[in-house]
Write a protein that binds this ligand. Structure first.
Ligand code: 5GP
Length: 214
């Protein structure tokens, strides 16, 4: 791996809908200016509280297909009957600018990124405290029709089965504790052996140089 600590981290945060991932992610983005959010493309209709270009780039099926055809996506997947994808350019531009990137994408997207950016991808799965709590959070949210909520709940149960793909499992029982753990994961991700080995190498070179005759 190229020894460059400035290269960005790809932080994937997934969870079944309603586990509290969005709140955690917004807080992390607010605290760390070096971290930017990857705005995905989706064919899903916009919810009333969402903004084009901030939450998603909302596109129709034809446009999405064109982008797939042009190889514009680093990954894309079908979730809840709609297509969602991460543009290659989003990743390239942020990494080139030395930024870390936060992805709110599912396990399919996360594993695809992990395959392409193996040394730089950190995958976190947010776990709801209980299934009952998950269901009530989804219903309270009130942005989706009841049949959509039920579909999301069924999908959530299925998504839980993919916990094995993740590096970290983050239980969200109490928001403050969960947030502290998420920020600890993010900070520690910069300090892995692979990312910091060049510093130790540099010190060893100095040691060697000291030993050489003048
Ligand atoms: P929602 O419709 O609730 O915003 O998102 C539904 C699911 O799609 C979530 O699990 C979210 O993580 C996932 N998702 C959002 N954007 C992407 C993407 O670009 N790629 C993939 N693979 N999943 C995504």
């Amino acid at each position: 791996m190229k020894s460059d600590v400035e290269r960005g981290i790809l932080l994937v945060v997934s969870s079944p809908s309603g586990a509290g991932k969005t709140t955690l992610c917004h807080r992390l983005l607010g605290e760390f200016p070096r971290l930017s959010f990857s705005v995905s493309y989706t064919t899903r209709p916009k919810r009333p509280n969402e903004r084009e270009g901030t939450d998603y780039h909302f596109v129709d099926d034809q446009r999405f297909s064109e982008m797939v055809g042009a190889g514009a996506f680093a990954e894309w997947a079908r979730v809840h009957g709609h297509r969602y994808g991460t543009a290659r350019s989003t990743i390239d531009e942020n990494l080139a600018a030395g930024r870390d990137i936060l992805f709110d994408i599912d396990w399919q997207g996360g594993t695809a990124l992990k395959t392409k950016y193996a040394d730089d991808t950190v995958m976190v799965f947010v776990l709801p405290p209980t299934l009952e709590e998950l269901a009530s959070r989804l219903r309270r949210r009130g942005t989706d029709a009841p049949d959509v909520v039920e579909r999301r709940l069924a999908k959530a149960k299925e998504e839980l089965g993919h916990f094995g793909e993740y590096d970290f499992l983050l239980p969200n029982v109490e928001l403050e504790a969960a947030y502290n753990n998420l920020r600890a994961i993010y900070l520690a991700a910069h300090l892995t052996h692979k990312r910091q080995a060049f510093r130790a190498q540099r010190l060893l070179e100095e040691v060697r140089a000291e030993g050489e005759p003048r």
